[in-house]
Design a protein around this ligand. Sequence first.
Ligand SMILES: Nc1ncnc2c1ncn2[C@@H]1O[C@H](COP(=O)(O)OP(=O)(O)OP(=O)(O)O)[C@@H](O)[C@H]1O
Ligand SMILES: [Mg+2]
Length: 332
Amino acid sequence: MTSMPELAIQAQQIRKNFGKVVALDGVNLSVPVGQIFGLLGPNGAGKTTMIRVLTTVLRADSGTATVMGRSVSHEAPSVRGLIGLAGQYAALDPNLTGRENLRLVGSLTQISGRVAAQRSDELLERFSLSDAGNRLVRTYSGGMRRRLDLAAALVHRPPVIFLDEPTTGLDPESRVELWAVIKELVADGATILLTTQYMEEADRLADQLAVIDHGAVIAEGTPTELKRRLGSSVIELGFADDATATRAAELLAGTSTEEPHVTGRGVQIKSNEGTKLLTRLLRTLDQGGIEPETLTVHEPSLDDVFLSLTGKPTEDSAPPVEAAGKRGRGAR
Ligand SMILES: Nc1ncnc2c1ncn2[C@@H]1O[C@H](COP(=O)(O)OP(=O)(O)OP(=O)(O)O)[C@@H](O)[C@H]1O
Ligand SMILES: [Mg+2]
């Protein structure tokens, strides 16, 4: 008898090239059963490629990976029965209704038509799509498509769920709703691997995070662990223009153990010495004849972690959920 695997997902040294592009350069991942695991990284880092390998859509050039103990390359059909995938690009038939899409997905798995029909109705209800269930998907809004796509990934009640940017393009309210659904799924025993470009989302949802860049894991840990590595506080200075910010960063290089990061008119510096460093920074700037226009000191956020690790600011910061309502991003 085989014992229950403790790891829902395990990947070792996964490599994948597309021609000359190294998309995955030896990725290792371990996701325990019951966790929400967040995969972060800038555009082109390899997140979607990794998900495609783990969901048997794409074959890796080398390396091994298992889902619930089954090999994604040698036991692909069995892995497919254990997983749900909601992709970065929704895989729905626009010329079917929402209900038809869910039933179609059901018919592709091993559940009976009756069960598929019943679950489709339940899922439409759960994702607030009951009223739209009989409408063609091409009449759906971006947010409705996202929800239906996630619902489609759940019809066969998979124990392991892959979500590639599940909330990209959603307005803040819909995002919060989807977070609640994701937490429910995990409370019901599922394991979730998700990618996101919203650090707030990663911070709120993920038990464990891996940051990948250029196809390799460059940091791993809980959100708290990753933030702690940055020290006790982050100092942000804003200047009149980009040139002044660059000049300020040059002046400040060396005042702290960490190099300042410039983004536009802003300069960010991490500090382990709290206000002591602040005094030194301001004195240095004053001596150089530069005056900052804004100054904030805050605890490190995951956005700071991302910037520090990848050298890039997060793609576009999510509209804050507190300001729920207006500013939905267009679907990509
Ligand atoms: N089918 C493909 N053919 C050629 N190159 C590809 C293919 N799929 C991905 N790539 C390349 O592999 C690298 C990793 O892409 P991937 O889509 O995995 O990144 P990502 O981290 O998901 O990015 P994003 O945040 O933009 O979704 C990129 O350089 C990309 O251009
Ligand atoms: Mg992607």
